[in-house]
Write a protein that binds this ligand. Structure first.
Ligand SMILES: [Zn+2]
Length: 252
């Protein structure tokens, strides 16, 4: 039985406006931001591939991301995946027959077991399906692995996040060279895009990019559903990035 039908039968409500019915009502879905825009964190990790996101991590987008991740509202993978596909597609450019490869940021096994599902993978699979439905060759390559435990990123500033994550991810030994060869064919090669649900300081996606580049895989860009705008003052001795949606890059 499809998740959406199950939610409806079990008495679901719209995640955004709480109206009884679908997990996301038509009106709230139509009101979601859809235009991908540059999402450079301020400051940005040095060398970060161009990040695109469809909206700010606030309001409806924040509710959707969290309800899907924490409340297991699986039917939300569809609208979230559709939004992510727009950010990935914006990295596509011509020629339109060049395959887009979506590489999800890896989740720690313990976190996936605790949640009972891997929310990002659902969203990424939907995004790739959505791209293919629009005639764009796209596939998901789960080539990144978490190599070691890291501290919880929440509450850490940009510099400490980067240090916490440095060297924490690795690229699969067999899939890496395969992907590297396909990404190295210039304009005709596969376009590799690192994908995540939210970009905050950029440290996580930068580490994913580093692990891919270490395996020889050229990263074309970063795509996320949402991007965090920080309003609070400094914490943990680090300068908290001031995310401005669509702002120009400012490297550290
Ligand atoms: Zn609604």
């Amino acid at each position: 039985m499809p998740d959406a039908l199950l939610d409806l039968l079990l008495g679901s409500r719209c995640t955004v406006c709480a109206r009884p019915g679908r997990v996301l009502c038509r009106a709230c879905e139509l009101a979601l931001p859809r235009r991908p825009a540059p999402a450079w964190p301020t400051p940005s990790p040095a060398g970060l591939a161009p990040p695109l996101a469809v909206g700010e991590y606030a309001g409806a987008l924040k509710l959707l991301v969290n309800a899907h991740k924490e409340e297991r509202r699986f039917a939300l993978a569809r609208p979230l995946g559709d939004l992510l596909s727009a950010a990935v597609e914006a990295h596509g450019g011509p020629p339109s027959d060049v395959p887009l490869v979506l590489v999800p940021v890896p989740s720690r096994g313990a976190v996936v077991r605790q949640r009972g599902h891997d929310p990002l993978l659902r969203v990424v699979a939907r995004a790739a399906a959505c791209l293919r439905a629009h005639g764009r060759p796209a596939h998901v390559a789960r080539v990144l692995r978490v190599l070691r435990r890291t501290e919880d990123q929440a509450g850490l500033g940009a510099a400490r996040r980067a240090g916490n994550l440095a060297g924490s991810m690795g690229c699969a030994r067999i899939a890496g060279p395969w992907l590297a060869a396909r990404a190295a064919q210039g304009d005709r090669g596969h376009r590799v895009v690192v994908v995540d649900d939210v970009i905050t300081t950029g440290a996580t996606v930068r580490e994913a990019q580093r692990a891919l580049e270490e395996a020889g895989v050229a990263v074309h860009g970063i795509a996320t559903v949402a991007a965090t705008r920080r309003r609070s003052g400094p914490t943990s001795g680090d300068r908290v990035p001031d995310y401005r949606f669509g702002a120009r890059p400012t490297s550290v």
